[in-house]
Every structure is written in structure tokens, then in C-alpha cells.
Design a protein around this ligand. Structure first.
Ligand code: FAD
Ligand code: SF4
Length: 278
């Protein structure tokens, strides 16, 4: 396997695609390469090509979660989401760009079962083990999006700039369909460069986990208030980060037998999050 270290976004984007993949902190990509879930002939190390650091509302995609959780310029919900994600070691290496593009933690997918998300006919989790899975958007693939940060950026109304376009967080994600099993809209030769994260008047991120720390969200709830309007978004409940128009939208959940408990956890966390930002 080859390694390239381009120094500009243009050079990095030109080197991507056709068997080349972007390597940021490597905390997600390296295990996927090791397990054969991603194949690459060339790794494009993007550390020198992608902006890193925080300047007011702008965050470079190469900024680490550890840098974000410690910076007072960052909205409280995002600092909380970063500080509750993974472990201190992983947060020191892992970038916000890589976090947004992490793959599902569904073990059927990680063990390379020929499931729907891998291009197969059926979702193995639906009939099998699915306690950690989705309560929304789970008609085809019932995986639960693992990013605390993505749900928080959704509630905060963040936008992204890539080497090809400007987009909102909802534009970054898509539910898998029969003709396209991807859950993001990022092209193989597209790099996330920067995020713009508006500052709300108040915000918070609450997370229920299987254990006290170092765990993916069972349910994560981000709330951000500007004026009288509160935006809510959930992690760990759908194959993509899930926006909630209002707490009553939880009545529309479509849990599997083993995930019904998540609806009640989400109700409690949503109520607490709304109270916290009001
Ligand atoms: C044990 C463990 C526990 C974790 N727990 C949590 C958790 O509780 N909550 C949570 O939110 N996350 C969690 N994570 C995810 C972790 O935060 C991510 O692995 C990390 O942020 C990824 O960043 P990275 O820089 O290492 O990405 P990489 O591993 O380098 O890349 C990940 C993917 O993104 C692509 N990529 C990276 N940067 C860019 C860019 N700028 N533009 C385009 N493509 C890019 C890569 O090609 C690759 O496909 C956990 C991870 C592990 C391994
Ligand atoms: S939940 Fe998604 S990733 Fe998991 S087995 Fe079903 S289709 Fe595959």
C-alpha cells in the first residue's frame, strides 16, 4: 500500500478516488482496512491538506475532538458531545471530518455479513441481534448512526464546505436505497474542508450509554435554542443522524422488538434537554 501526503486540498482531492482513500486520524479507517471492509491501494494522508483549528464559528475538518471539547468558542452542546465520545486517546487522534464519515457499528456489517447495507437482500439485524439498533428510518437497514457529533451539528444548524460544494448536515446524509446503499452523499474524490457552526443562545447534548464512558450512544439528544425556537436531533436512533421536529415526533417511531426501550430513553432525554436550554 502506498502513502501520499499532499499539501493542498486541490492536490489531495485530485489524488482521491480510483483505489485511493483519505486518511485523517485513522481511528476509523485503519480498523476498516485491517478487516477488509475498505480496500485501498493508496492512502492519501490529508493532515497537511485540510484546515485544522477553530476561528469563531468556523472549524477546520482536521480539528480533533480533543481540541473541540476544550475550546470556549465552541457551543456547549458540541463540546459536550465531543467530551462524551470515545476515549481521551481516540479524541486526541480523531478529527471532526472523520467522525462525520464513520461507518455503522452494526456487528453484522462489521463482520461482513452480506446484509442490505453491504448490497445484499435483507437486514440480518432485523431478525437477529438488534438491541443497539434503530427506532426511525429502519425500513431497509436498521443500523443506528454512531456519531454524537453529527447529531449535535444537525441541531446546531451547521453547514459544511467541501472541495466541491457547500452543504447542510441533512444534505450530507441519506437513507440507503435499493439503487444506492451509501448513507452519505460524499463522493470518493470529495474532501470535507471546513464547518460553520452557528452559536445558539443555549445548547446541550445528553447521552445514554451502556456503560458510564467510552461507549457509542444508545441514544444521544442534542438541543439548541435560538430565541423561542429549539432544534432537536438524535444520535443512535436511525441509520443517519435524526432531526426531531418536536418531542411529539417520538410517537412516530417504528422500533424493532428489541429497540422499543430506546423510545422511552429518548423521551426522557428530550424532555431534560429541552428543560436545560429553556
Ligand atoms: C473504540 C471507538 C469508540 C468510539 N466512540 C465514539 C463515540 O462514542 N461517539 C462518536 O461520535 N464517535 C466515536 N468513535 C468514532 C471516532 O470519533 C472516529 O473514529 C473519529 O472521529 C474518526 O476521525 P479520524 O480522523 O480518525 O478519521 P479516519 O479514520 O482517518 O477517517 C474516517 C473516514 O472518514 C474519511 N475522512 C476523514 N476525514 C475526511 C475529510 N476531511 N474529508 C473526506 N473524508 C474524510 C476517511 O476516508 C474515512 O473513510 C469511536 C471510535 C472508536 C474506534
Ligand atoms: S442494520 Fe444495516 S448494517 Fe446491520 S445488518 Fe441490517 S442492513 Fe446490515
Amino acid at each position: 500500500m502506498q502513502l501520499q501526503r499532499p499539501e493542498t486540498p486541490e492536490a489531495a482531492a485530485a489524488a482521491l478516488g480510483s483505489g485511493s482513500v483519505a486518511l485523517a486520524g485513522g481511528t476509523e479507517l485503519v480498523p476498516l482496512l485491517r478487516n477488509g471492509l475498505v480496500r485501498a491501494e493508496t492512502l492519501i494522508a490529508i493532515r497537511d491538506a485540510v484546515p485544522r483549528g477553530i476561528d469563531g464559528t468556523r472549524i477546520g475538518a482536521g480539528t480533533t475532538l480533543a481540541e473541540l471539547e476544550a475550546d470556549p468558542q465552541i457551543p456547549q452542546a458540541l463540546r459536550e458531545a465531543c467530551s462524551l465520545a470515545a476515549s481521551p486517546q481516540l479524541r486526541t487522534m480523531g478529527t471532526i471530518g472523520g467522525n462525520l464519515l464513520q461507518a455503522t457499528r452494526c456487528w453484522y456489517w462489521r463482520l461482513d455479513f452480506p446484509c442490505y447495507l453491504h448490497g445484499g437482500e435483507r437486514c440480518h439485524a432485523r431478525q437477529g441481534e438488534h438491541r443497539e439498533h434503530a427506532i426511525f428510518g429502519n425500513e431497509r437497514c436498521a443500523s443506528a448512526h454512531p456519531s454524537d457529533i453529527a447529531a449535535t451539528l444537525l441541531a446546531l444548524g451547521a453547514t459544511l464546505r467541501t472541495t466541491q460544494r457547500e452543504l447542510t448536515v441533512p444534505d450530507l446524509y441519506r437513507l440507503p436505497t435499493d439503487d444506492n446503499r451509501k448513507v452519505t452523499t460524499i463522493e470518493p474524490d470529495e474532501l470535507i474542508l471546513e464547518l460553520d457552526v452557528p452559536k445558539p443562545e443555549a445548547s446541550t447534548y445528553l447521552k445514554a450509554m451502556d456503560r458510564r464512558q467510552f461507549a457509542f450512544p444508545m441514544v444521544g439528544v442534542a438541543a439548541a435554542r435560538s430565541g423561542h425556537s429549539v432544534r432537536l436531533a438524535l444520535a443512535g436512533v436511525a441509520p443517519i443522524p435524526w432531526a426531531l421536529g418536536s418531542p411529539d415526533d417520538l410517537d412516530e417511531a417504528t422500533p424493532l422488538t428489541g429497540t422499543a426501550y430506546k423510545v422511552e430513553i429518548a423521551r426522557t432525554l428530550v424532555r431534560r434537554a429541552v428543560e436545560a436550554v429553556s
